[in-house]
Design a protein. Structure first.
Length: 122
């Protein structure tokens, strides 16, 4: 289980880094005027929603400050309502990644500590 969780957390880190890299030094207006950037960002947030949906319930319970249902909802809209006009929702999602980054750091540290302690839960 730790390996799957670790892989999912690593994948979340990659997606978040790609979102941040692609939007670095970009304004909301830049974002609105670049359809490829909108598409890539929407896709990455959708994938983020897909991966967070695979996280175990105990991880989500340890991080109640993260709006898990909103993340999943954005994923569903992005994945199934292909041509909806949702740049505001996606942009707002990109501004709300810090709690997820913090969760990733905490969970990776927890996994590392468990491995050091011989697999005992903390």
């Amino acid at each position: 289980m730790s390996r799957d969780l670790s892989d999912n957390l690593d994948n979340l880190q990659v997606l978040i880094q790609r979102i941040e890299d692609s939007l670095k030094d970009r304004s909301y207006e830049d974002y609105l005027n670049d359809q490829d950037l909108q598409d890539a960002t929407t896709y990455r947030l959708s994938m983020l929603g897909e991966i967070t949906g695979k996280l175990p319930d105990d991880v989500k319970e340890r991080h109640p400050d993260i709006p898990w249902n909103k993340i999943r909802g954005l994923r569903n809209v992005a994945s199934h309502d292909y041509f909806s006009n949702m740049p505001d929702m996606v942009w707002e999602g990109t501004r709300s990644l810090e709690p997820i980054k913090q969760m990733i750091r905490e969970e990776l540290a927890r996994i590392e500590a468990e491995q050091r302690d011989g697999g005992r839960r903390r």
